[in-house]
Design a binder for this molecule. Structure first.
Ligand code: F0G
Length: 446
């Protein structure tokens, strides 16, 4: 059931085919280098790209810009307390700021951090402390077609074998990312969260939940985990998050804002350490790199994120989008996750080998055909790994209507029809750091 009507609109247009072709060439076949005004439907990310509600815009005007003791901070503190169940909050400019504050406090050189799957910035922040990020996804996470309610879960078997190898004293941190963005946005069950809590206790590690998409995860739990069939989204979220010692949060996802993030914890000693590090990298702990008005809007957004009508609309829109793509025969990762549909570029362009970057070729073809921007998450973004060749079409929150998504499905159908003629790509120039190459490298058709 649709939960919104439009109050403000933004003009968009599809540039001509010639312009799209030229823009792609000028961008070095890397869509991160396209001007946003040359993009018709922008599915690059769901991060910071959503539409705020009228209540959030009203909160912006009421934002308190005091350097210390801002009223907007009090509002955030009570929203985090009521929605997520944590009493201490350290605001940061976005999620990676929170990662720097928390992981910089918890990790040292030579440590190992375990995660169901590290998101790119999480991996980079763990590595930045001299620690080793190790992924523990369940075996079916990277199986594109097998069904399963919680393919985002953390594999305790894998984690135990890592601990057996390296010794528990080297593993001070266990992270659970909900939903699991790097495993196609798949959810994590509350039951799995309980097991991770027990495991963290066994090895005496701090248990952190990366809560970026906590409300979407709770919606899947309500639908798929029998114990929670009658529970409200807010209750599920509080229960799941409550198993953690601390949260890292990007407000740009389920905070429903365009900027902001935070660390939350009930551990007073950890809170004190985070505050000190936040002063160094983010700002005084009652604003932490955010404008007071953005803090105020995030406080409202967190409450809206757990409203049944919002989250149902959200999950159902992504599911309907996946169905539109399947209906026209596009191979996708199933079941669809919470924030995006992931296309199986390997199956779509079987004539291209991984070193011809089928995912990036598909990203370029979608832009060329319909002005649609997605992101490659395969051998271009993750060199040297054997990840599946995926293209993520992330759906910004409360932004696009079904008609926009129908245009994307029609575009994908047109690309499918001409797929044999789609050429592979090779790298023309790349930055010194290979892990981040997909943001800035340029390519050319083979
Ligand atoms: N953790 C997860 C699971 C994320 O998906 C992101 C961002 C971050 C942390 C970092 O948050 O961007 O506010 O600094 N994901 C975005 C994406 C960028 O497109 O998936 P941030």
């Amino acid at each position: 059931m649709v939960a919104y009507k439009s109050k403000v609109v933004e003009r968009i247009q599809l540039p001509s085919r010639e312009r799209r072709e030229r823009a792609l060439e000028q961008a070095g076949y890397n869509v991160f280098d396209l001007a946003a005004e040359d993009v018709f439907i922008d599915l690059l990310t769901d991060s910071g790209t959503g539409a705020m509600s009228d209540e959030q815009w009203a909160a912006l005007l009421r934002g308190d810009e005091a350097y210390a003791g801002s009223r907007s901070f009090d509002e955030l503190e009570s929203a985090v307390g009521e929605v997520m169940g944590f009493s201490n909050v350290v605001p940061t400019h976005q999620g990676r700021g929170a990662e720097n504050v928390l992981y910089g406090t918890l990790l040292e050189d030579g440590d190992v951090a375990l995660n169901n799957t590290h998101f790119d910035t999480t991996r980079a922040h763990v590595a930045n402390q001299g620690a080793d990020p190790v992924d523990c996804p369940v075996a079916r996470a990277h199986d594109l077609t097998v069904d399963g309610p919680f393919k985002g879960n953390f594999s305790l078997d894998r984690a135990r074998s890592v601990v057996d190898d390296v010794g528990s004293e080297r593993v001070p941190l266990v992270i659970l990312t909900v939903t699991n963005n790097s495993a196609a946005g798949q959810p994590v069950s509350v039951e799995n969260t309980r097991r991770v809590r027990e495991f963290a206790d066994e090895i005496d590690a701090t248990f952190v939940i990366d809560a970026c998409r906590f409300a979407e995860n709770a919606a899947f739990v309500a639908r798929r985990e029998a114990e929670f069939a009658d529970a409200e989204i807010g209750e599920i979220a509080r229960e799941q998050l409550g198993y953690a010692d601390a949260l890292v949060m990007s407000g740009k996802k389920d905070g429903l804002v365009n900027a902001g993030g935070f660390v939350a914890t009930d551990d007073e000693a950890l809170f004190e350490k985070c505050k000190q590090r936040a002063i160094l990298y983010e700002g005084f702990p009652t604003y932490g790199g955010m404008a007071g008005r953005d803090v105020a809007a995030m406080a409202v957004g967190l409450r809206e994120a757990v409203e049944e009508a919002y989250v149902t609309d959200r999950i159902d829109q992504v599911r309907a989008f996946a169905a539109m793509l399947e209906d026209v025969g596009v191979p996708i990762y199933t079941p669809p996750g919470g924030h995006a549909v992931y296309l199986d570029a390997g199956a779509t362009l079987p004539h291209l080998s991984p070193d011809e970057f089928p995912g990036q070729a598909l990203v370029c073809a979608l832009y060329r055909e319909g002005g649609v921007r997605g992101v490659e998450l395969g051998s271009f973004a993750f060199p040297g790994t054997d990840r599946p060749e995926l293209v993520r079409l992330a759906v910004p929150r409360r932004t696009y209507h079904d008609e926009h998504l129908e245009h994307v499905a029609e575009t994908a159908a047109a690309v499918l029809e001409t797929r044999e003629s789609i050429d592979g790509l090779e790298i023309a120039s790349e930055p010194a750091v290979p892990e981040l190459r997909h943001f800035t490298a340029s390519l050319e058709p083979i």
